[in-house]
Write a protein that binds this ligand. Structure first.
Ligand code: NAP
Length: 319
């Protein structure tokens, strides 16, 4: 029986592990299939405080991991196939066996939706990005494309005009899902033009290892053309990784976890941090901050339980 198990190995999970380890809770962290989370898909991270010259996303994860391990976090590879939150104890089934814990921290993140192109995957972090806030700065005075027709696409296109010489917003239909106010703002921006009924068929140029353009196809006419750009921002939404807790933990309409107080969920002893409960900020630093909060909340929850009394564990309430 563990005191704390953390699921997820992005900045939220690793920070929760660091704090839990330093609180002598001997945490076990289960990595998940996408080890390191979304930072593994980025190159330079210039907005994480403490690294004035920037740091590569994977290198930042390596540092966080080593720091969590230094204080005794045990990290196991593997994906969780089932979660039983009827406890405590909570039961977590992985390919390596079943783990039991008195407190559980969910840091399973969200995955940016992608177009599904091989070229998009190959050039991720080399001109293809899923985060305007993170990467916009790298495209000063350069033409870029934003893909999507929702609020995120409008917001990112508008934000990116601060840097880019021109933004072409590519959307697969002729009507936007975005709210009118966000659309109006984007339409009023002279640096944004629109390619509607249009999809990206390919991101160029994998052979050169950087983005040099996109192949656009009009879905009505079938006509294709190449547009020279230096960056491609995919803004077609995110999917929170909450399949495992569906029906057990309260989720909002978009399937994000809804914390009830601090990082505590509606299930006493289960806490959530990082992008799995945040569709607004979605930054490494905010994820890390909420990971710290989750560890502190879990520690206080455990302290509130009478020690070594399994009956009490079962009846104790949340922090
Ligand atoms: P979203 O509303 O789900 O919109 C996703 C957009 O991407 C849609 O236009 C969709 O096209 C398009 N898309 C999806 N899959 C695609 C694919 N494979 N290829 C091409 N296009 C694809 O996602 P979101 O914009 O990230 O917004 C998510 C939620 O956050 C929404 O509730 C939104 O209002 C909210 N949000 C609010 C703000 C704000 O208020 N400041 C900012 C950002 C987000 P179709 O329309 O054809 O389906």
């Amino acid at each position: 029986m563990r005191e704390v198990i953390i699921i997820g190995s992005g900045p939220a999970g690793l920070t929760a592990a660091l704090y839990a380890a330093r609180a002598n809770l001997n945490p076990l962290l289960i990595e998940g299939l996408e080890s390191g989370g979304q930072l593994m898909l980025t190159t330079d991270v210039e907005n994480y405080p403490g690294f004035r010259d920037g740091i590569l996303g994977p290198a930042l994860i390596t540092e966080m991991r080593a720091q969590a391990e230094r204080f005794g976090t045990e990290i196991v590879q593997g994906d969780v196939s089932a979660l039983d939150l009827q406890g405590p104890p909570f039961r977590i089934t992985t390919s390596g066996g079943v783990h039991e814990t008195r407190a559980l921290i969910l840091a399973t993140g969200a995955s940016a939706r992608l177009l599904g192109l091989d070229s998009e995957r190959a050039l991720m972090g080399h001109g293809v990005s899923t985060c305007a806030t993170c990467d916009g700065y790298f495209f000063r005075d350069k033409p870029i494309v934003v893909v999507g027709g929702g609020d995120s696409a409008m917001e990112e296109a508008t934000f990116l005009t601060k840097f880019a010489s021109h933004v072409t917003l590519v959307h697969r239909r002729d009507a936007f899902r975005a709210s009118k106010i966000m659309q109006d703002k984007a339409r009023a921006n002279a640096k944004i033009s629109f390619e509607l009924d249009t999809v990206v068929d390919e991101v160029k140029d994998v052979a050169q290892g950087v983005v040099t353009g996109v192949v656009l196809r009009n879905v009505r006419t079938g006509a294709t053309r190449e547009l020279a750009v230096d960056g491609v921002f995919i803004a077609i939404g995110h999917t929170p990784n909450t399949k495992l807790v569906e029906g057990q933990v309260d989720l909002d309409a978009n399937a994000y976890i809804v914390p009830v107080r601090g990082t505590a969920t509606n299930v006493p002893g289960v806490f959530a941090c990082g992008d799995v409960q945040d569709h607004v900020y979605r930054q490494a630093i905010t994820a890390a901050g909420s990971g710290c909060m989750a560890a502190i909340d879990a520690e206080r929850y455990l302290e509130s339980l009478p020690a070594h009394d399994p009956q009490a564990v079962e009846t104790a309430s949340a922090v």
